[in-house]
Design a protein around this ligand. Structure first.
Ligand code: NOJ
Ligand code: MG
Length: 557
């Protein structure tokens, strides 16, 4: 009774039907949402770049996978200097991705399949190609149009030094000089000027942009850099804490996680609440003890538990993190939002194959091949997904993780496109390794991604990881995800209750959920016998017998 398919059929009758009737909780509270990085998902027109019609062609695949919703990365008109997080026009679609009609058709078709759609909104900054920034840069110093951005005089005798020492997340100073000598703030690329959210015109514009997409059927929003919109407008120097996003953990930081930003969140919530059943999720890289602030009843519905993503494959660390997150979210009547990968971080099968404490968040230059145990990484990733999917709350999956794709860390330097590569002075490779086009088929110039070559090359081993290679193959990562999602949808409760299994042997992290499902994850050092009478319904590796091997997980009743 260990193979997925067989175990799955067994489970349907074995488990108690003790979960509450569907529809009593808002849909997002325990939804599984699949992140689509448009550029790398599926290309319909052979230009090597994924597009909206490509997503439309894969909606049946996503429905079969069993996801409840999609988060679509930015698809707006953009010079694509930062993968579309540099928005030139929030109300139109980047032509390389399609048209507004394609976008609305995609939303409708997803809805027909029971899949919700979240749009990615970028309020912290625009592109320097946005009409507001073009106007501001051409305007005289002191003009009202400049006040939509954060533009200041420099320091030093002739103002040739930046206003302060703030640094860009991508490297270098966060200030860039305009031809007339003033400086504008950009917490990310130089082509991403930060907006001035204290300006009511900026606030009004974004309320309207929210309405624009809600009126086109969007079920909600993923909000970019949700922890960065408010700045200390007296512009003090920041303590030198490095350039990574975990800066947000510094108390009273001059631009991360400031209390003033919540005013704007409440404005958006009012807009959303005028519609039915819509939601928003915050991309806020904050410490667990600040998470609840984003989840107050009149603010975000969800906020990613990034400390979980950043945890090592370590029993104590993960347990502590899950408990802290449950406590923080529960304190405001909310639930956790789990994720293990996204388009900004090293894919988790690779992360989990590296020794603990490797500085994986620094987007390493060319390795670290010698430290990597790819096999262990994938085994842990498969165990990790059963762990995450059994927890209370919602889950976000990143495209390709259901195929077990690893980070492509050895891309040639000349194909790199991430601004991190240049802004770090070629010392950090950036995020392209997790954005390599999806392999759909075993053969073809880009393994079914496009009729031609993809915008980034795929390694040869992607052929064996393609959806075609895994579909219907018992024990494949794709079938593991499908089984887990089916079981979760049918049998896990939407309430947040969880009971930790204190009697589980050392090395095991175990818990049970109302309805009877138990989950054990074995972090080692040795195999452990499952409890007497355990009826296994799903395991992360097939044929483990009554023993749970190291780095594997089991669901049982
Ligand atoms: C977070 C996004 O996820 C990332 O891809 C982007 O570069 C920055 N925000 C800037 O928008
Ligand atoms: Mg295309």
């Amino acid at each position: 009774m260990r193979s997925f398919g067989f175990a799955l059929r067994h489970t349907v009758t074995a488990m108690n039907e003790a979960t509450e009737p569907a529809g009593t909780e808002p849909w997002w509270r325990n939804a599984v949402i699949y992140q689509v990085y448009v550029r790398s998902f599926a290309d319909s027109d052979g230009d090597g770049t994924g597009d909206i019609n490509g997503i439309r062609s894969k909606l049946p695949y996503l429905a079969e996978l069993g996801v409840d919703g999609l988060w679509v990365n930015p698809w707006y008109a953009s010079p694509l200097r930062d993968g579309g997080y540099d928005v030139a026009d929030y109300r139109s679609i980047e032509p390389i991705y399609g048209t507004i009609d394609d976008a609305t058709a995609m939303i409708e078709e997803a809805h027909e399949l029971g899949i919700r759609v979240l749009v990615d909104l970028v309020p912290n900054h625009t592109s320097s190609d946005h009409k507001w920034f073009i106007e501001a840069s051409a305007a005289p110093i002191g003009d009202r149009s400049r006040d939509r951005y954060i533009i200041r005089d420099g320091t030093g005798v002739d103002g040739s030094e930046p206003p302060n020492n703030w640094t860009s997340v991508f490297g270098g100073s966060a200030w860039e000089r305009l031809p007339d000598g003033q400086w504008y703030l950009h917490l990310f690329d130089t082509s991403q000027p930060d907006l001035n959210w204290t300006n009511p015109e900026v606030q009004d514009e974004f309320r309207d942009i929210f309405r624009f997409w809600l009126d086109r059927g969007a079920d909600g929003f993923r909000v970019d850099v949700a922890h960065g919109m408010a700045k200390d407008m007296s512009f003090p120097d920041a303590e030198a804490t490095g350039s990574v996003l975990s800066n947000a953990k510094t108390p009273n930081h001059p631009y991360w996680d400031r209390d003033d930003l919540h005013v704007y969140v409440r404005q958006w919530r009012e807009v959303l609440d005028a519609y039915n059943d819509r939601m928003m999720v915050a991309e806020a890289w904050v410490a667990p003890d600040r998470l609840h602030l984003y989840l107050r009843p009149d603010e975000y519905h969800q906020s990613f538990a990034f400390d979980f993503l950043q945890s090592n494959w370590d029993r104590e660390e993960l347990e502590t993190n899950v408990q802290q997150t449950l406590a923080a979210t529960g304190s405001v009547g909310s639930v956790p939002t789990w994720t293990l990968s996204n388009h900004d971080v090293m894919r988790h099968p690779t992360r989990y194959g590296l020794p603990n404490d490797t500085k994986w968040r620094t987007w390493p230059l060319d390795g670290p091949h010698d430290l990597l145990d790819a096999e262990a990484g994938l085994r842990r990733a498969r165990a990790g997904i059963l762990f995450m999917l059994a927890l209370p709350g919602s889950v976000y999956l990143y495209q390709g993780e259901e195929l077990g794709l690893p980070e492509v860390y050895d891309l040639d330097h000349d194909v790199l496109d991430d601004p991190v590569w240049t802004l770090s002075g070629n010392t950090q490779k950036g995020r392209d390794g997790c954005r390599v086009p999806i392999p759909w088929e075993r053969t073809g110039p880009s393994l079914g991604f496009s009729s031609g070559e993809g915008w980034l090359p795929q390694p040869d081993y992607f052929a064996d990881l393609s959806a075609e290679s895994q579909k219907g193959v018992p024990g494949s990562t794709l079938e593991l995800y499908r089984s887990a999602l089916t079981l979760r949808r049918q049998h896990l409760p939407s309430t947040a209750e969880i009971e930790w299994d204190d009697s589980a042997p050392g090395g095991i992290l175990g818990f049970s959920r109302p309805g009877g499902l138990r989950c054990w994850v074995n972090f080692g050092p040795g195999s452990v016998g499952l409890p007497d009478g355990a009826d296994v319904v799903l395991t992360s590796e097939s044929d483990t017998g009554s023993q749970l091997a190291v780095d594997t997980a089991a669901w049982f009743v």
